[in-house]
Ligand binder design. Structure first.
Ligand SMILES: [Zn+2]
Length: 362
């Protein structure tokens, strides 16, 4: 019986040296972890990030980490956390609550003055945004941003980055944020530092979950004593294990985004390749298909495939489906960008279809 083989070849990540790659020097602290580079992102281009909830995440290289702190500012813990970060020359992103910015505007200015990125986390941190009306949600979002802007005295110093409280997302909220040019930040791993666990456990969870994914956005809270206590150990472990800190800032008119390829916005990018064994031939759809805003190349193959699979590989998705008993199965390779597709045969028995946009660009 002939079968369709889906094969995903690992792709070699060739990342160009970032302009900030040598910015790790930390005066007076030769052993500091430092910040290895600054990543400039266009929030509208990749509107939802963080693999806890979304297919895409920040385009980090292996062993790169982005630190994020939610729920502050709260001077009692934010201040020592800023000191710990400063001693290591680390830049992070703070998702601040509007009420807290109103209560502690000077602390928010300290975060800014230390060079960190300031995103927002709504006005009152409601843990029911997935159930609130869109009008209530808009007010929470808008007021949170306005409060942070007022405390900073400059709306341009509030990054168009927002984390939904409790990560209680809804499409309605995400769409509203996207319509305002705001990037929705989930995370790649939490450290459970809002639970009643020991600082040692926070450290262990942060490191073990990072090690499992190899890179990503770490979710922490700068209103927790256990986070403050755990942070020096987390940073020590990151350094010992060869991790590097990346600082994320939004693109502006004067600060262009860091060039990236779509496939880099996935945790484990691979080159998507569809191959058909045993002399099967793809029959390509005559027109590129447009489906759900994606570009697609389609192939009809004999109906060997009875199952459906939607995978998360690079910036591309496979859709494979066939009705039982059908003569042909439809195989679609969808790309979220304007991908070019390459068709060919590496052997007479193994035609292939792949998306060139998944390949590193020169
Ligand atoms: Zn929160």
């Amino acid at each position: 019986m002939r079968s369709l083989v889906l094969r995903s070849a690992a792709i070699l990540l060739v990342l160009s040296a970032a302009p900030f790659a040598h910015a790790a020097e930390c005066p007076g602290h030769p052993d500091a972890l430092g910040t290895s580079r600054t990543l400039v992102v266009d929030p509208t281009e990749h509107p939802r990030i963080g693999t806890m909830q979304y297919p895409e995440t920040l385009p980090l290289a292996d062993h790169e980490v982005v630190l994020t702190f939610d729920d502050g500012p709260l001077p009692k813990h934010t201040k020592p956390i800023l000191d710990i970060l400063a001693a290591q020359c680390i830049k992070a992103t703070f998702f601040v609550v509007g009420q807290m910015a109103n209560a502690y505007p000077q602390e928010l200015r300290s975060i800014r003055d230390a060079g960190h990125t300031i995103g927002t986390h709504t006005q009152n941190h409601p843990l029911r945004m997935n159930r609130m009306s869109i009008e209530e949600n808009k007010a929470e979002i808008d007021q949170g941003i306005a409060s942070a802007a007022a405390a900073l005295g400059d709306p341009t110093q509030v990054a168009p980055f927002l984390r939904i409280p409790g990560l209680l997302r809804s499409s309605e909220v995400e769409d509203y944020l996207t319509s305002k040019g705001i990037q929705t930040w989930s995370a790649d791993f939490p450290a459970d530092d809002w639970h009643r666990i020991s600082p040692a456990r926070v450290t262990q969870l942060a490191i073990s979950r990072l090690e499992a994914k190899g890179r990503g956005i770490l979710l922490l809270h700068d209103i927790q004593a256990r986070t403050e206590k755990a942070l020096p150990n987390i940073l020590r472990e990151l350094k010992a294990r060869g991790y590097r800190i990346v600082h994320v800032v939004p693109a502006t008119k004067d600060l262009p985004k860091t060039p990236t390829a779509p496939w880099q916005w996935h945790l484990h990018p691979v080159e998507p390749v569809l191959s058909a064994a045993d002399g099967m031939r793809f029959r390509f759809a005559p027109q590129p298909l447009r489906a759900a805003g994606k570009t697609a190349a389609m192939a009809a193959v004999p109906a060997m495939v009875q199952s459906s699979r939607k995978g998360d590989i690079s910036a591309l998705w496979w859709n494979v489906h066939a009705d039982a008993g059908a003569q042909d199965a439809t195989v679609a390779l969808l790309s979220s960008s304007s991908a070019a597709f390459q068709f060919g045969e590496d052997t007479p028995k193994s035609p292939y279809l792949k998306a060139a946009s998944a390949l590193p660009r020169e």
